[in-house]
Design a protein around this ligand. Structure first.
Ligand code: NAD
Length: 257
């Protein structure tokens, strides 16, 4: 895409956003790629070594927690080396300006919160908490808590990061809160998701069915691009999003944009 076209799309996105009454964002792994956390699809060291369909399944965890924990430990190392990038900060700034009501994220990396976003709905859970598979206790993540090859609770039960693995149900309140936001919003920014994981991928469809505008930002076209997205802005979120937010926060929306 040539730079003039990009600039035009950025300006019209900023224009639409600045008129929104209830804008929200849905984010996926792509927003954190430039923070050093590889996405599932495409190239990426972690997932090549630990294919998600083998190491991120609930049935796999139940049958072989030792094997899954080897993967989780590397995941925690990757996450602790990562830091929010300009796309995370741009969303936090939009919220601070009162122009973004919430972020529904499929990510488990805590980077939106570290960038300063307050209302973050963690659709697939969080790595920041551990839950006991026996007594249901919830513990904060710490290096100490995961030191053993298979970390356990005081009761002796196996601990699991509070993330939603493949084959596991989304928590009822996460599903309800995210669906409510999708029903309420008039703009949904869909950033860095391939929209291949159900039910998260249904959220833009729900929003659109209620008349919301779907603005997609991704380095490639996705399942949403043809029929669901009203605008698909191709390019890195960390480069594009700060430009949109800069226009919105300066109030400089060119006339006719
Ligand atoms: P995905 O891996 O299926 O898709 C990532 C998408 O991001 C792709 O469409 C890709 O083109 C796009 N992308 C890559 N770099 C980008 C960039 N710089 N700017 C904009 N877009 C970019 O991820 P998904 O759709 O979120 O679904 C996979 C599941 O994987 C989710 O459930 C998520 O929980 C989990 N996951 C999370 C993390 C994380 O927490 N950071 C990382 C990997 C996977």
């Amino acid at each position: 895409m040539i730079e003039d076209e990009v600039q035009e799309q950025i300006e019209s996105l900023a224009d639409v956003l600045s008129q929104a009454k209830h804008a929200i964002a849905l984010t996926g792994a792509g927003i954190s790629v430039e923070s050093g956390i590889p996405a599932f699809r495409g190239e990426g060291g972690l997932w090549e070594k630990y294919p998600a369909d083998e190491y991120a399944t609930y049935s796999g965890f139940l049958t072989n927690p030792l094997k899954q924990w080897a993967f989780f430990k590397e995941l925690y190392t990757t996450l602790s080396d990562a830091a929010p990038n300009p796309a995370h900060y741009a969303l936090a700034e939009l919220e601070r300006l009162g122009m973004l009501k919430s972020i529904i994220t499929q990510n488990i990396d805590n980077l939106h919160q570290r960038a300063g976003s307050k209302r973050v709905l963690e659709f697939h859970g969080t790595t920041q908490k551990l839950e006991c598979m026996s007594c249901g206790a919830v513990l904060p993540f710490s290096e100490e808590a995961i030191a053993a090859p298979v970390p356990t609770c005081r009761c002796g039960g196996v601990l699991k990061p509070m993330i939603v693995l493949f084959g596991e149900q989304i928590a009822d309140d996460s599903l309800r809160n995210a669906q409510n936001e999708a029903l309420l919003c008039d703009i949904m920014l869909v950033i860095g998701t391939s929209a291949q994981v159900v039910p998260a991928s249904m959220l833009p469809v729900i929003a659109k069915s209620r008349g919301a505008m779907i603005l997609e930002m991704n380095v490639e076209r996705t399942l949403l691009s043809n029929d669901v997205a009203d605008v698909s802005l191709l390019g890195s979120a960390s480069l594009r999003l700060p430009r949109v937010v800069e226009l919105v926060s300066d109030g400089i929306i060119p006339s006719g944009a």
